[in-house]
Design a protein around this ligand. Structure first.
Ligand SMILES: [Zn+2]
Length: 427
């Protein structure tokens, strides 16, 4: 690769962590090409030397986020590409996969292009846009992932009429489809139950996963199960994988941190309402082990911002982009090696997105995208409501100190201070 020697670069030195191990090294990154130019024992005066306790990771990737923005703009009081970018920068997230369940959904080429243009105009971070899989839809592009809703949402099975799951999915052979797995028949049967958790029982997820895996195997679809919440669902996924099926899955910070028993550790415990809901302590423990061993492929937030008023009025969804990196610090302090966390938060999501993203993510090698996350493990951080950059304006992790925080997020060679989303300029 020929490089323009006059292009502005940064020379960085620190403890680099990849899924393959850690090294103290220097990186030269280019602000113009947005790539890593050189790595190793490089000559020159570094622009920054990060000392002991500060780690440099390949930028985190969150493949499941609701940025809420669309050309109609009717949900911008919850979030838009700019505020989501600021929250992501605070969380050390450099690339997100944005969900398509907008009021103005990207479900054909034209609507997809409008949303793409909007994201390109307004976002600071990189965004992969999911297309919405609807009845009668076809893969109008071959370089994007798809989202299919079983449970109630925009474009869900309620709008499929009498079409079967197989009929709706049939055109998507060979594609990657992320599924919101909750069986609508079971949800309908439980709709009169007293609590949110009872209205959305574990059985709804397990049965939906069973149907999805069976259908995707037949149609050769790469099924990705979103926000896995049940041990029984995990068992089905592991079984399918052991039989050679291409299937991946993710777990959210809220399903790892909270369960039906401990939710009131957060003082607004009744705001911890989401789909699928919190499960039992047993489910939570099993999901955590599965993330460590890799049976769960990645951490993804399902960042779903609503305003405080909307949450108090019973909206489902939790904002989690701001705390992505800090939450990893907590997992690390509980004994999960950083190499494993980087694999689940960067390397594997990069692989899942390799056909959809522009450039190589997930490592710190020469030629890869210069999008990095820098964390300081010497500083503990308790997020205040006033610090939340997401327009949601609250966090389920308020008042619980994190043993570390993101201090800087580099997006394609451009350095951003995490807490303020302000540009770091060359001295
Ligand atoms: Zn979601």
């Amino acid at each position: 690769m020929m490089e323009n020697t006059s292009a502005p670069t940064w020379l960085l030195e620190g403890d680099l962590i990849e899924s393959t191990g850690r090294t103290r090294s220097r990186l030269r990154i280019c602000r113009e090409s947005g790539t890593i130019l050189e790595r190793g024992d490089l000559p020159g005066d570094p622009d920054v030397i990060w000392g002991e306790g500060v780690i440099v990771c390949p930028g985190f990737i969150d493949i499941h986020v609701h940025c809420r923005d669309d050309p109609g703009g009717s949900q911008r009081h919850k979030e838009d590409y700019f505020s989501a970018s600021e929250a992501a920068i605070q969380g050390g997230v450099v690339l997100v996969g944005d969900m398509p369940n907008n009021p103005d959904p990207p479900c054909d080429l034209e609507s997809y292009r409008s949303k793409r243009n909007l994201a390109d105009e307004r976002s600071i971070i990189d965004v992969v846009l999911y297309g919405l899989l609807i009845r009668g839809g076809t893969p109008f592009r071959n370089d994007i992932p798809w989202k299919c809703y079983f449970g109630p949402s925009v474009g869900d099975v309620d709008s499929w009429g009498d079409a079967t799951v197989e009929e709706v999915l049939a055109p998507f052979g060979g594609q990657m489809v992320m599924f919101h797995a909750e069986d609508p028949t079971i949800l309908a049967r439980c709709s009169e139950e007293a609590t949110h958790e009872q209205r959305r029982p574990a059985e709804a997820e397990v049965e939906a996963i069973r149907t999805i895996l069976k259908t995707c195997r037949k149609l050769d679809i790469h099924a990705h199960i979103a926000h896995l919440s049940t041990a029984d669902g995990l068992a089905l996924i592991e079984q399918a994988r052991s039989e050679g099926q291409t299937v991946t899955t993710e777990v959210t910070p809220h399903h790892l941190a909270f369960d039906s028993e401990n939710r009131n550790q957060f003082e607004c415990g009744d705001w911890l309402q989401m789909n699928p809901p919190l499960r039992t302590p047993r489910d939570r423990a099993i999901l955590r082990e599965a993330l460590i061993c890799g049976a769960i492929d990645c951490l993804a937030t399902d960042h779903a911002p609503h305003t405080i008023e909307e949450n108090a009025a019973g909206s489902s969804g939790v904002p989690l982009l701001d705390t992505f990196g800090a939450f990893l610090c907590r997992l690390a302090s509980e004994g999960i090696p950083w190499e494993v966390l980087v694999e689940r938060a960067s390397t594997t999501p990069a692989k899942i997105f390799s056909k959809f993203s522009d450039g190589q993510y997930g490592d710190l090698q020469v030629g890869s995208v210069a999008s990095l996350t820098v964390l300081d493990l010497n500083q503990s951080w308790t997020i205040e409501r006033s610090q939340v950059r997401s327009r949601a304006g609250w966090s389920p992790f308020e008042k619980t100190p994190f043993p570390g925080k993101v201090i800087e997020t580099v997006i394609r060679g451009v350095r951003w201070e995490a807490a303020t989303s302000s540009l770091i300029q060359q001295a």
